[in-house]
Design a protein around this ligand. Structure first.
Ligand code: WTA
Length: 678
């Protein structure tokens, strides 16, 4: 393999090693990672905060006496960190480079971005927005979205970005929930070549909110409509051109933004992120995992409306002085090579996307990539769902030229930034496994009673130490002080046990392959955050994610993870995607029902169905073999690209589907229902 990458396969346990050329130049090397840990916990997190400029240095790294407070006493401004501090050294370098649906491009240097953010910040102030007032941003992928986010951050007004695909009702709920009196939106945007109206949706939402909402409209379509009482973004920026607004010094614990989780099950919940901890954490993880720095061009393909876009398309890369790419359109418009063209033209160094997209690229075929020079790519990342081995290898081979390290990154809206991954300059990669906790974090896999399960046994993934990117609710909800006393008992029990026999649990220590960071959490009792995901840890401490805890089937008393079965199916030639759900069965408890979508030009026939069954039988065992295999045109997904299994479950069981408007592709639900009726 080129560039020294090795691929040792020992039975099921395969390692892939990043090429030495990458390791040698990586931001975080093995020595850096050791030094980070040697600082002890929580002092190691000073390192993350040192990547930022503080107006007032924090008194301590962590105050955990009552609630969890990161960097107490510290004062800073996020917009200052993303803009002002770069002006002297790289004012003329590109900060944001944007490509619109119709092929138009716009690039903002750090200086230009600074100017526009200042002008818009001044305008927001004139509209009466003060420190602490929530501004709602209901905008598609236009450069004015990061401008507005940074303008809010500049004046200390938390932003609440609402994904542009949401309905008027969804927007109204979010405006009311945040008591937000200022809304920035667009006249409309383009999707697959069609112009969609956003402003009338925003108008409808405002009508159903009790309080008055001031509205600013960015003209994206420029279709000569009149704006009545609304303010036009370009006019505001013109009026305030040249004005500089002093960045408001914020306490580390002051809110930077609100965001609602995308939610594959149930209602979305409101998550709040604080200025100091969040910014330090996304900057550190962008540096350590995404290996970004000045001069790098980074493309995180997630919509800025989701947490991934907040953390890794806006705050992380800009705080580090890198260039961030924003793209308004869809990957297959006008042709299926659109993304590869963008990577080639912008000489993208780091590309970060979701497994659902990678599976689509694979389905479309390699010919779309082969026409483009992707040799600028140095590192690839994935986030959002587990990535199966076949898709992982395809990504590395066809997008990464067989050389780029691939970092699978597990995290959540609540965690603010990446929690589990490999450090590309330090760790080997194991396709299909996400990796370990980043240094300074700790995780455990536990059973229903909260006890650690042995290596190789699935259980619930819990995080057992606070980290700077954690959402405010996690800081508040868990009384760390109480936890100390309530868990001392179990801590003592485990210590007692360990005298006679070593603890069998998958604990967090270097011996089990995890990166322990000094203090044994059991000495003080244990803080815990239940992630709601299931995982299994191997003997090397690498975790495989098994999906949300709800995505578990119980067949004849065996608990089967839908993700594991899906991974086995996606390994079959010709299969693009799979989702497995439980059909009700009076005898076995659940039937295994697999919905399988195929690569283009592959026929869904009986022979393929058999290959799917055989793959599950050999990969997991006869108990998990799907009773029903339905070839599906596509799978129902949320707007952020996660498969929504509960609709498939309802379809499999002939149940009422309820409201499907939250789906990106609601039509597929009807198609699948009629497919099963036949
Ligand atoms: C899932 C997105 C497996 C997981 C950043 C988590 C993943 C939920 C991965 C959070 C991954 C995210 N491997 N599963 N690498 N990354 N997930 O809040 O179930 O939109 O709990 O945050 O996505 O989704 P959210």
């Amino acid at each position: 393999m080129a560039d020294g990458s090795t691929n040792e396969t020992t039975g099921e346990r395969e390692w892939v090693t990043p090429p030495p050329s990458f390791v040698d130049a990586a931001n975080v090397t093995a020595a850096d990672s050791e030094a980070f840990l040697d600082a002890g916990w929580p002092a190691c997190w000073k390192r993350a905060a040192e990547l930022l400029d503080w107006h007032r240095t924090f008194d301590s790294v962590l105050d955990d006496e009552e609630t969890v407070r990161w960097y107490p006493g510290g004062r800073l401004n996020a917009s200052y960190n993303c803009l002002d501090r770069h002006l002297d050294e790289r004012g003329d370098e590109p900060a944001v480079t944007w490509e619109g649906k119709l092929g138009e491009t716009r690039t903002y240097s750090y200086r230009e971005l600074f100017d526009e953010v200042n002008a818009f910040a001044a305008a927001l102030r004139d509209l009466g927005v003060g420190e602490g007032d929530v501004v709602t941003l209901y905008m598609p992928m236009v450069p004015e979205l990061p401008v507005a986010m940074l303008a809010c951050a500049r004046i200390g007004a938390p932003h609440s970005v609402v994904f542009a695909g949401f309905s008027a009702d969804a927007l109204a709920t979010r405006l009311a929930g945040a008591n937000s009196e200022c809304l920035v939106t667009c006249d409309g945007y383009y999707r697959r070549g069609d112009a969609l109206d956003l402003e009338s949706t925003a108008d409808n939402a405002r009508l159903s909110v009790d309080h008055a909402v001031e509205q600013v409209v960015v003209e994206r379509l420029g279709d000569d409509r009149s704006f009545d009482d609304d303010h036009v973004y370009a006019d505001l920026v013109d009026e305030h051109a040249g004005t500089e607004v002093d960045p408001v010094e914020r306490d580390a614990g002051d809110l930077l933004f609100l965001i609602y989780t995308s939610g594959t099950t149930g209602e979305p919940t409101l998550v709040r992120h604080e200025t100091g901890g969040y910014l330090a954490y996304v900057t550190w993880t962008s540096h350590a995992v995404l290996d970004l720095g000045p001069g790098d061009t980074h493309w995180c393909s997630a919509d800025v409306g989701w947490i991934t876009g907040h953390s890794y398309a806006v705050y992380g890369p800009l705080a580090l002085g890198a260039t961030t790419v924003l793209y308004e359109g869809t990957p297959d418009h006008p042709q299926k090579d659109r993304l590869w063209k963008i990577i080639e033209r912008n000489e993208v160094d780091v590309f970060y996307t979701a497994p659902t997209s990678i599976r689509a690229f694979r389905k479309w075929g390699e010919e779309h990539l082969e026409r483009h020079d992707l040799s600028s790519l140095r590192l690839l990342g994935t986030v959002g769902e587990p990535i199966d081995e076949t898709t992982w290898h395809w990504y590395r081979e066809h997008v990464g030229g067989g050389e780029c390290p691939v970092v699978d990154t597990w995290w959540q809206t609540e965690t603010g930034g990446i929690v589990l991954s490999t450090l590309p300059g330090v760790d080997r990669m194991r396709p299909g496994a996400v990796g370990r906790c980043l240094p300074g974090l700790e995780a455990a896999v536990v059973d229903d009673a909260g006890e650690r399960v042995p290596v190789g046994e699935p259980g619930r993934l819990v995080l057992t130490r606070p980290w700077p990117g954690m959402a405010r609710s996690l800081c508040e909800a868990t009384d760390w002080g109480d936890h100390r006393t309530t868990t001392v008992d179990s801590a003592e029990r485990s210590r007692g046990d360990s005298e006679s026999s070593p603890p069998s649990g998958v604990d967090v220590s270097r011996d089990t392959g995890d990166r322990s960071s000094g203090r044994d959490p059991r000495e003080d009792g244990e803080w815990r955050y239940d992630t709601g995901d299931n995982a299994v840890r191997d003997a090397d401490g690498y975790l495989r994610l098994l999906g949300r805890a709800d995505d578990v089937l119980n067949v004849s008393g065996h608990r089967l993870s839908t993700t594991e079965i899906e991974f086995a199916i996606v390994g079959v030639d010709g299969v693009a995607e799979a989702a497995v759900v439980g059909g009700k069965d009076a005898v076995t408890g659940a039937r295994v029902h697999a919905f399988v979508s195929l690569e283009s030009n592959v026929a869904g026939d009986e022979a393929l169905r058999e290959r799917v069954r055989a793959a599950v039988e050999s990969g997991i065992g006869p108990i998990a073999v799907p009773d029903v295999v339905t070839f599906a045109p596509s799978l129902p997904k949320t707007r952020s690209g996660k498969v929504v299994r509960r609709y498939l479950e309802a379809i499999a069981n002939g149940e009422d589907l309820g409201d499907t408007s939250a789906l990106r592709n609601p039509e597929v639900v009807g198609e699948l229902t009629s497919l099963l009726d036949r």
